[in-house]
Design a protein. Structure first.
Ligand code: C5P
Length: 308
């Protein structure tokens, strides 16, 4: 194909992030319940002589343009596997907060894979795409799959979950990002400091909450709010104490649940309905405790090719 190809990929929020002990390989076993939400990045792959990345959007300046970019690494991985030259211009239109705990980099990787596969005609199977995604990062397979899913292992082993309705969310985007490895390290440090220990021998195996899975299945926002949990939240708050004020502002405005999204620093607020989300968003914007406020809902589908 010589025409540019565009993929659209959603952000995620973790409605449950149960973190097990530190494994010998430096990762943590997780029970990670992902929900894809309607903030999207778009990745366009166009023919080019060499691999090149450009980015547009409010946070574009924070995205690396070299081969450390996850989208570039995705293109290289696919090209290498299929023995094709990685000649492609990847243009990313970024709407997902950068380093925000919403899988923005993972979304770009999944989008680049889908778009390059179509551009180059490599015809990768779904299983192969998922395998490449898992090698690129723990959250990348979910960006491809979307909807709602339980991630086990380091988050890459996915089981799709049934959902019985749409959940309404408000996201408070902070100034500046948080490094995911730094947040996991802080989680380990806090566990060590509490005397409980941080290794797999010290921490109970992470398990999904039956109440949370039932709430997703029935589409019950109030029940979901009672069950959301993020084991990385104390670590994110320890590294960024100001997030406590953001969480409080959303709770005071009537959010059913207030939590840090993944490794943060974006904060997520579950609302009763679309109207409730508007009210929470208005109060958060007025609170001065965050940079930007976004309203959206989920679940939404995972990465897919679109006509532009
Ligand atoms: O897999 P990904 O590249 O997204 O992970 C980034 C970092 O986050 C890892 O290097 C590790 O420090 C931490 N991490 C972890 N346990 C996981 C997933 C990520 O410790 N399950």
């Amino acid at each position: 194909m010589t025409r540019p190809v565009t993929a659209r990929v959603p952000a995620k929020v973790n409605v449950q992030l149960a973190v097990g002990g530190l494994r010998p390989d430096g990762f943590h076993d997780l029970a990670n319940v992902f929900l894809a939400v309607g903030l999207h990045d778009e990745v366009t792959a166009a023919p080019a002589d060499t691999l090149r990345v450009t980015v547009e959007g409010a946070d574009a300046g924070q995205v690396p343009l070299d081969h450390t970019n996850l989208a570039a690494r995705a293109a290289l991985a696919l090209a290498e596997r299929h023995g094709v030259a990685p000649g492609v211009h990847l243009h990313i239109v970024k709407d997902i907060p950068v380093a925000g705990g919403m899988a923005g980099g993972s979304a770009d990787a999944a989008g680049a894979l889908l778009a390059c596969d179509a551009l180059w005609g490599t015809g990768a199977t779904r299983a192969e795409l998922l395998e490449i995604c898992a090698a690129l990062g723990s959250d990348v397979p979910f960006s491809l799959v979307g909807g709602a899913a339980l991630g086990r292992g380091r988050g890459e082993l996915l089981t799709p979950l049934e959902t019985g309705g749409t959940f309404h969310w408000v996201f408070a985007v902070a100034d500046g990002g948080l490094s995911t490895p730094a947040v996991y390290r802080e989680c380990d440090r806090l566990r060590e400091a509490s005397g409980a220990g941080a290794s797999v021998a010290d921490v109970p195996d992470p398990e999904p909450s039956p109440a949370l899975l039932a709430a997703l299945r029935t589409g019950d926002a109030t029940a979901l709010a009672a069950a959301v949990a993020n084991d990385l939240q104390p670590a994110a708050l320890s590294l960024r104490p100001a997030l406590a004020g953001t969480l409080r502002a959303g709770a005071d405005a009537g959010a059913l649940a207030s939590l840090v999204s993944g490794s943060g620093p974006t904060c997520a607020f579950l609302a009763k309905d679309a109207e409730g989300a508007q009210a929470v968003a208005g109060a958060l914007a007025a609170s001065g405790t965050c940079r930007t406020v976004r309203i959206t809902s989920g679940p939404v589908p995972g990465a897919r090719l679109v006509d532009v």
